[in-house]
Design a protein around this ligand. Structure first.
Ligand code: UTP
Length: 220
């Protein structure tokens, strides 16, 4: 199976052992699957972007700084893995070419204007992935932000069109925090790639691939 995994930047905020746990699981998965991993920038990206903004950098400049941090995280993970290419591709064509030689390819962001979630969906579309996995900080997609409303309902399954509607309506509210952004939801709808959103823990990636019902499945 050809898999694209979006790994939130929070993974890299822990100690080296946490990164190693992910690296081991990802090496294991790449033995039987073609694996692409796109990593986020996390707290370090947010800190650097805040500092740059204070210094007068515009939003595109800040995006470039964010991308640089995602690529540092990609190097960390790629160097911790046995099966990954050590070169970090800067675009999808390069990623695809590397995947012909390596069992796994790790990359960060590509160009300004969006987050690594959108990047990973564009990659999934480009390489015709069979499955897109979004390992994130919450355990699935909720009707509302579960941190603000404890009565928010978790979806076990949702269609891409329903997801676009949900994200569009909640992004109208100030400070709304949806696990998927609107561009990414639109890309899921366009590509029709089966997507699973779940809490980013190494054992959860294995569970999802074993077909265990965790997180939220986005499927037409
Ligand atoms: P992230 O994907 O980590 O963004 O990229 P985020 O929204 O902060 O991540 P999570 O989901 O909350 O962990 C970090 C920053 O890098 C830039 C953006 O500025 C983004 O906010 N970036 C990243 C790009 O401009 N293009 C990309 O392709 C990726």
């Amino acid at each position: 199976m050809r898999l694209v995994l979006s790994l939130g930047g929070s993974v890299f905020e822990g100690d080296a052992q946490r990164i190693r746990s992910f690296a081991e699981v990802l090496d294991q998965i790449s033995e039987n699957n073609e694996l692409f991993i796109v990593v986020g920038g996390g707290k370090l990206a947010r800190e650097i972007i805040k500092k740059a903004r204070e210094l007068g950098a515009n939003e595109t400049m800040c995006d470039y700084l964010g991308i640089a941090v995602t690529r540092i995280n990609a190097m960390l993970l790629a160097y911790a893995m046995k099966n990954s290419a050590k070169k970090i591709p800067e675009n999808f064509i390069e990623a695809f070419e590397l995947s012909k030689k390596y069992k796994a390819v790790v990359m960060g962001g590509t160009f300004p204007g969006h987050t690594t979630d959108a990047t990973s969906l564009l990659l999934a579309e480009f390489v015709n992935a069979d499955l897109f996995l979004n390992a994130t900080s919450v355990d699935g997609i909720y009707s509302e932000d579960p941190k603000k409303n404890p009565n928010a309902k978790k979806f076990n399954k949702i269609t891409p069109t329903e997801l676009v509607k949900l994200v569009a309506s909640s992004s109208m509210e100030a400070g709304a925090n949806v696990v998927i952004d609107l561009l990414s939801a639109k890309l899921i709808e366009r590509s029709k790639i089966k997507t699973i959103v779940f809490k980013g823990e190494p054992e959860n990636i294995l569970k999802v691939l074993r077909g265990e019902k965790i997180g939220t499945v986005v499927e037409p």
